[in-house]
Ligand binder design. Structure first.
Ligand code: NAI
Length: 338
């Protein structure tokens, strides 16, 4: 007997628990904050991912309902729910990948940094659990401000002696997803054919789309560059304002989070050539963390790519991004140091 919300195993004539325990192929994934605006559609999409064999849904509220609901989907993953701090360790034990969308979202007029006071403590507590129960898991941090919450996670893991820079990734995929969409609109292409590297971080001017490196190769007018850079940097705010107090991006974020988690899982499986942008511990610049293209493999981040040639506009953007990033990173580091 276990104390988690045993949706699939509440009757002892069922064999699902055996399937979960015994060698069904696939990875074990936990979502922390699974009942939230991002967490719910993220849980649904992860339940549809054939690489996932076990899906743990943890939250401090409402996880039983979400778990019951998701568990009725006739896809492979076995779903288990966990409610409240006392079940965090059970939620994390044995996980290969932990995705963290826990924490408060922005309201109109707020920056991501305004979320720091609440979300820093949430991410710290959750990472202490990860260090204790699944120190080898790949960790995807979605909770904002990502530019500070990833350094917080790193400091927690360092204190616990479990820090592995290859396994900690801040999720900036939504910036790439938005960039692909907006650039495709301007070029009149299918967004699926477009790939825009977005580097730096995940807030305002730290979001630096490299429009000179768009695939397929193309050129933009100065007006297009300014429109696209501004729209990509302010995409999150566009959604916050449209939702008018009801939160920030959740559906596109869940889509981006699953796209990114799937890339991490394909890397873990040993697929070759899995490359995505992420905010990671990095030596690409003089800053200790930076988002850029990374190759994902069996150990997590196996290679971090240099930024490549930047044009004059991008070089100016890079300096602005680094200045803001430096203080956001420092804020995260000193939060745990306290
Ligand atoms: P939400 O408020 O709808 O959901 C957050 C969930 O976290 C709630 O269910 C809440 O109960 C849960 N939670 C709070 N404290 C917790 C704890 N200690 N342990 C576990 N769960 C806890 O918020 P939403 O819209 O899902 O956003 C979540 C976070 O994601 C926010 O910080 C938001 O800023 C961030 N975000 C990040 C993006 C990115 O690109 N990285 C994009 C959009 C949002």
């Amino acid at each position: 007997p276990t104390n988690h919300l045993q949706v699939e195993g509440s009757c002892n004539i069922w064999r699902a628990d055996c399937r979960a325990k015994g060698g069904s192929p696939g990875f074990k994934v936990a979502i922390l904050g699974a009942a939230g605006g991002i967490g719910q559609p993220l849980a649904m999409l992860m339940k549809m991912n054939p690489l996932v064999s076990i899906l743990h849904l943890y939250d401090v509220v409402n996880s039983p309902g979400v778990t019951s609901d998701i568990s009725h989907m006739d896809t492979g993953a076995v779903v288990r729910g966990f409610l409240g701090q006392q079940q965090l360790e059970d939620a994390l034990t044995g996980m290969d990948l932990v995705v963290i969308p826990a924490g408060v979202p922005r309201k109109p007029g707020m920056t991501r940094d305004d979320l720091f006071n609440i979300n820093a403590g949430i991410v710290k507590t959750l990472c202490e659990g990860i260090a204790k129960c699944c120190p080898n898991a790949i960790v995807n941090v979605i909770s904002n401000p990502v530019n500070s919450t990833v350094p917080i996670a790193a400091e927690v893991f360092k204190k616990a002696g479990t820090f592995d820079p290859e396994r900690l990734l801040g999720v900036t995929m939504l910036d790439v997803v938005r960039a692909n969409t907006f650039v495709a609109e301007v070029l009149g292409l299918d967004p699926r054919e477009v790939n825009v590297p977005v580097v730096g971080g995940h807030a305002g001017v730290t979001i630096l789309p490299l429009l000179s490196q768009v695939k397929p190769p193309c050129s933009f007018t100065q007006e297009e560059i300014e429109y696209l850079t501004s729209r990509i940097q302010n995409g999150g705010t566009e959604v916050v304002e449209a939702k008018a107090g009801a939160g920030s991006a959740t559906l596109s974020m869940a889509y981006a989070a699953v796209k990114f988690a799937d890339a991490c899982l394909r890397g873990l499986r040993g697929d070759a050539g899995v490359v995505e942008c992420a905010f990671v511990s990095s030596q690409v610049t003089e800053l200790p963390f930076f988002a850029s293209k990374v190759r994902l493999g069996r150990n997590g981040v196996e290679e971090i790519y240099a930024l490549g040639p930047l044009n004059a506009h991008e070089r100016v953007g890079l300096e602005k991004a680094k200045k803001e990033l430096a203080s956001s990173i420092e804020k995260g580091v000193s939060f745990v140091g306290k």
